[in-house]
Design a protein around this ligand. Structure first.
Ligand code: KMH
Ligand code: ZN
Length: 272
């Protein structure tokens, strides 16, 4: 089996410190959280950024300052994967503008869906605009798949020659309004992937751990972090992103799956 690539989704756009005191919001806190997560086994940092008030932002200057802080704190050069999802309601132009900073990788959301009480909009026109921007700035997409139909959307973009292999797919399961985190659903999604795909899974809330354990055994990759799940166990908040990452590293090692370093993850994902 390939080595396990662990992504730490450290911040997200939905939560604040009132629900999760450990959530890193400032560049310095993100740098500390990233270092701890990388030391615990993460090779990718999935990055959302905030403004000075702690509100979600897609501004270039906010990405730049967080990236600089993370790169300074992490000596092993983790892959910093920008979010182009941002917060619900953000315009597509703002969402893709940060690609001009040429991160090695960024998220690419594959469809419109209910997102809790909101609607997360990703029309085909939006997706084509995203694909153009990814190509223009030579950024490798990670395709975010929240529902089975999103794989059909990816196949449509492939047919239109908007995107190229290999297709790195992240199943984000358990968002209220999209597909839940049942293992039978995960198996169905894996079966339907286009050829030349890699896959990983990000379980939301209580789905994080069981989906991660299955992915470790099935040869997929794993995303954990406070963006997706703020609890270490029922009734007990996680104290850090690293706490969630170290549990995955521990379990993977116990079942004989080695962890990819950032250099190895870059190779596995064909990143520059
Ligand atoms: N905040 C969500 C609406 C991504 O990072 O690309 C979208 C999201 C996905 O978090
Ligand atoms: Zn995200």
């Amino acid at each position: 089996m390939e080595k396990l690539i662990i992504t730490a989704a450290i911040t997200g756009a939905e939560l604040d410190k009132t629900v999760c005191p450990a959530l890193p919001l400032t560049p310095d806190d993100q740098a500390k959280a990233s270092k701890e997560a990388v030391d615990a086994g993460a090779s990718i940092i999935h990055l959302h950024v905030r403004d000075d008030q702690g509100k979600p932002s897609q501004k270039l200057e906010h990405f730049e300052r967080s990236v600089a802080a993370i790169q300074k704190s992490c000596k092993t050069n983790p892959i910093i994967q920008f979010s182009t999802g941002g917060a619900v309601g953000e315009t597509i132009n703002n969402r893709i503008s940060s690609l001009s900073l040429k991160p090695p990788m960024a998220s690419f959301n594959l469809g419109t869906m209910n997102f809790g009480e909101d609607i997360f909009v990703n029309t085909f026109a939006d997706m084509r605009a995203m694909a153009e921007a990814f190509k223009k700035y030579n950024v490798v997409p990670e395709f975010e798949i929240y529902d089975a139909g999103h794989i059909d959307n990816l196949k449509k973009l492939i047919k239109e020659k908007m995107v190229e292999p290999p297709y790195h797919c992240q199943f984000v399961l358990g968002v209220p309004g999209a597909m839940s985190g049942d293992i039978s659903g995960l198996v169905h999604l894996i079966d339907r992937l286009p050829k030349d795909s890699t896959w990983g899974v990000a379980g939301i809330g209580r789905f994080e751990l069981p989906l991660a354990v299955h992915a470790i055994l099935m040869g997929g990759n794993v995303r954990v972090g406070l963006e997706d799940n703020i609890y270490y166990e029922k009734g007990r908040l996680a104290t850090s992103n690293a706490e969630l990452v170290s549990r995955i590293t521990r379990i993977a090692k116990e079942v004989g799956r080695d962890i990819a370093s950032p250099i190895e993850a870059r190779k596995l994902l064909n990143l520059p």
